[in-house]
Every structure is written in C-alpha cells, then in structure tokens.
Ligand binder design. Structure first.
Ligand SMILES: *Cc1c(COP(=O)(O)O)cnc(C)c1O
Length: 389
C-alpha cells in the first residue's frame, strides 16, 4: 500500500481522537525510520520514549521472536519464566520489594492510586484517601489518571472526575506542607514533567516532599513512565534526586517497543494489594517481558554514562544556536524553545527535512533512542540548525 492509500484508510476508519504528523512509517533500524515512500528520517522520538534500543535492535528482535514462537501468552493466572526473571532483575536493580506488571503507563499509575487508597483507608478507618499531584503533571488518560494529571485543560468533558485529588505547584514546599493533611494518603510526581514541558523539579523540593511523606505516613509515589529505564542517564531518574520512593511506576522505555508497564513496591507497600484486589489479563505477558529483559541486559553502566554524555552534547550544540532561548531536561529527555518560531512549526519543518521530533507545551521535545550514534545525533542537529536558520 502506498502512503496516500494508508492515510485515506486511516482517516476513514480510525477514530480521530488525536492529531497525526504527516508521515507513514514503514520500517526502521536504530535511529533511522523509513516512510512508505522510501524517505529516511533521523528519529529523535523513539516512539515517545518507548524504543529504548532504537528500531529493530537485533538482540531485542531475537528475544521477542524466540519467545513468540515458544509461548506468547497464558494470562497472569499461571507462572512463566520471562515475567519472573524480569521481576527479579527489576527488584534487585532498584532495591524495591515487589513488582506488579500491566500494559501501559496509565494502568501502572491506576494501580499505584488504588494501592495508595487501600493503604490510606486501612490505616485510618476509611478517611485517608486524598492524593496530591503536581500542577503541569501528566499521569495518563484513564479517568483516575486524567484526574491525577494536574492540568486544567484535561479536566473538561468527562465530568464527574474522581473525588479526592488535589494539586500543588511543583517546587513549592510550603504549599505542599499546607496541602498534606490527615486525609492525604499519597503524593505523586514526575521528577521531570515530560508532557508538561520538560520541567526538572528541584532536588530540595523532591527531598522535602519525601520527608513530609515520611513524617506524615503518606506514600511517596514517583511516576517514572517517561523518565525511567535509562532515559536520564540513571536507571530511574529519582536516583539523581537522592530519594527513595514507596512506589515507582514505569512503562514506555522498559519494553523497547512492546506494551508493558509496571509498579514497583517498597517494603511498606508490597503487601497492600492482596490476591483478588487487582489484576490484568495481559500482565507479565511473556513476549513483552522477553523484550524488556533484553532492554535490561543492554542497560549497563556504560550505556547509562553514554546517555548522559550524548545528552550533554545535544544540550551544548543546541545552546550554540542563536535562536535557541532555553534548553531543559536531563540525559536524553530534552526540550528547547526558539525565538520567533513556534514549537509545532519547528517540528513540522524538521519532519519535512527528515527529522522526527515531538512537542511538549511550547517546547520542541526530543527523546532519541538511547542507543543513537553520535553520527545520527549530528545529522539530526544539522536539520535543526537548518530549520532555525
Ligand atoms: C506517557 C505517560 C503516562 C501514560 O502512559 P500510557 O502508556 O500512555 O498510558 C503516564 N505518565 C507519564 C509521566 C507519561 O509520560
């Protein structure tokens, strides 16, 4: 099928619940994507932070295809090897106690919210249920997670939203202190607000929040759905902030391209959900877990250091461009704003010239595959320079 046929079929049959860039992706390798007409693009998106190892990494393809031809699914009612092995690796790597597997970031946060509600209700005979999230946060599209998302424009159309959520300005410790009360069961935040515009939280605030939570027996939940699994140069971004959460949620980058999400529980929270309290038909799907195991295997210290170095390189090259006003983010989760040209126009012009990028609020957002080469980065940067010239 040529690209016009595909676009037409898509427009006629897929519900228009989101916008699309004008490109029909056909195949890819590493950080290069090829469209249905044979045009090449450098990929600075990794499928919104999902393809950690780039397109069709050889070892990842092998792991996934071998598992698919052996056992693709049995449901979470049975034990399987890949899920058990992945859980073991995640717990030993992070020092957390237990993991729950689901299929997306929103589901991971949904599970964290349910855990916090049960924990709070049980420790207070039913009145400790309030969850505080940050303004400009993003936690997903289900009703609970869209309520948790601290952006007014998400709190329309679907009334009534869930009760028991409140929002605090990120980096405002005083406000957080005032908002945490006897009804609060959890505080939830991203270390770097991704969809909210690549806002890096301050260490002082994050540490103060962790302390407030500890003092008031409130669960500290960190959403690592976008920041996790090496994206910022550490396995989880909270390692940069000197804190240890009670619950961590993750998804996107862990699977390397297949849908998988999860929740890591520390000691305090690992026994809260009991058999029958929560579940997921696809949870710990063996094929998704086999892919995730390969991502974990390649995520060694050398790759993490390389991510940090490549990120710093991109930042310094961007800062050297006249029109670039501000560069924010960490590792290879970066955003910039340029004077006199809107982010969405930069993204469209880059795509036209063969570079895939994203937006986040008024910034151009970049989430390149973690394995991108220096040469591929340079090809991408050259296109940004041309567009901004
Ligand atoms: C993408 C994202 C989510 C939602 O993940 P889905 O897999 O799209 O449900 C939640 N939290 C953060 C921080 C995200 O970036």
């Amino acid at each position: 099928m040529d690209s016009n046929t595909i676009k037409k079929l898509d427009k006629e049959n897929i519900a228009h619940t989101y916008g699309r860039f004008d490109m029909v992706a056909d195949h890819g390798k590493g950080a290069v994507c090829v469209d249905a007409d044979g045009k090449e693009y450098i990929d600075f998106t990794s499928g919104i932070g999902v393809n950690s190892l780039g397109f069709c990494n050889d070892a990842w393809v092998k792991a996934v295809t071998e598992q698919a031809s052996k056992l693709q699914h049995v449901s979470n009612l049975y034990y399987t090897g890949p899920g058990a092995e992945l859980a073991g690796k995640l717990c030993s790597r992070t020092g957390m106690s237990k993991v729950f597997f689901c299929n997306s970031g929103a589901e991971a946060n949904e599970c964290a919210i349910k855990t916090a509600r049960k924990y709070g209700n049980e420790s207070s005979s039913g009145h400790k249920h309030k969850i505080i999230t940050m303004k400009e946060s993003f936690h997903g599209r289900t009703l609970a997670t869209v309520t948790a998302t601290g952006q007014d424009n998400f709190h329309k159309l679907f009334d009534p939203f869930l009760a028991g959520f409140d929002y605090c300005s990120a980096n405002d410790t005083e406000e957080l202190k005032q908002k945490v009360d006897d009804e609060t069961c959890a505080v939830m935040m991203e270390m770097i607000q991704g969809e909210g515009g690549l806002n890096v939280l301050s260490s002082e605030f994050v540490q103060a929040a962790a302390e407030i939570c500890r003092d008031r027996d409130v669960l500290f939940i960190i959403d690592e759905v976008q920041t996790g699994v090496g994206r910022t140069g550490k396995f989880f971004s909270y390692e940069h902030f000197g804190v240890h959460p009670d619950i961590v949620t993750f998804a996107k980058g862990i699977g390397g391209g297949l849908p998988i999400g999860g929740v890591l529980f520390d000691k305090k929270t690992s026994e809260v959900l009991q058999p029958g309290d929560h579940g997921s038909t696809y949870g710990a799907n063996p094929v998704a877990c086999a892919g995730a195991l390969e991502v974990m295997k390649q995520m060694d210290q050398e790759l993490l250091d390389d991510i940090a170095a490549k990120g710093s390189y991109i930042v310094s090259e961007l800062k050297a461009i006249d029109k670039v006003e501000e560069v924010t983010g960490m590792g290879m989760m970066l955003g910039f704003r340029a004077s006199g040209i809107e982010a969405k126009d930069i993204v469209a012009a880059c795509l036209e010239k063969g570079l895939m990028t994203l937006t986040a609020k008024d910034k151009v957002r970049m989430l390149p595959p973690l394995t991108i080469t220096k040469e591929e980065i340079d090809r991408g940067l050259e296109i940004i320079r041309t567009v901004l010239a």
